[in-house]
Design a protein around this ligand. Sequence first.
Ligand code: ADP
Length: 161
Amino acid sequence: MNKTVICPGSFDPVTLGHLDIIKRASKMFGKVYIAVLVNSSKTPSFSIEERIELLSDAVKGLDNVEIVSFEGLLAEYCRQHGVDAIVKGLRAVSDFDYEFQMAMANKKINPELETIFLTADSDSMYLSSSMVREIGSMGGDISNFVPECVHDRIVKKLKKN
Ligand code: ADP
């Protein structure tokens, strides 16, 4: 489908769950932006530069994927950059309320903008960045949770925090 979509998130840090959604979106759509959101109400463990660098390595080889970062309204960014839809992964019913609310709000701001939900893969539906941070910071094994090419860097950083 020759559409442009965007996968937004904090990616603090990237997980195999994120990567699954990004890979599936890149097969379905012509262009996929990954938006690393600068959220002033959250204090991230990884700086914006680190999150972008880890993501860039994780998506190497996916030619229609581009990483962007911005502060402000996602729906406005989509309007300005010709994005047709937001793609999000749905892990469990617990994600649904919040995601539904966000999708409605974004549609009010930008009526042209659709939100598309992909069901999380059964192997990674329990996975979140916060779980990776928690396990990693206590020295636990996170090799099943993050892309192999960025594993060592994530482990090193989490141990320092
Ligand atoms: P997290 O919720 O892990 O802190 P983000 O806010 O960075 O992650 O997530 C960005 C988006 O990536 C989420 O809104 C969700 O759509 C998707 N996502 C995150 N983790 C998973 C997962 N394990 N499986 C599928 N999609 C996921």
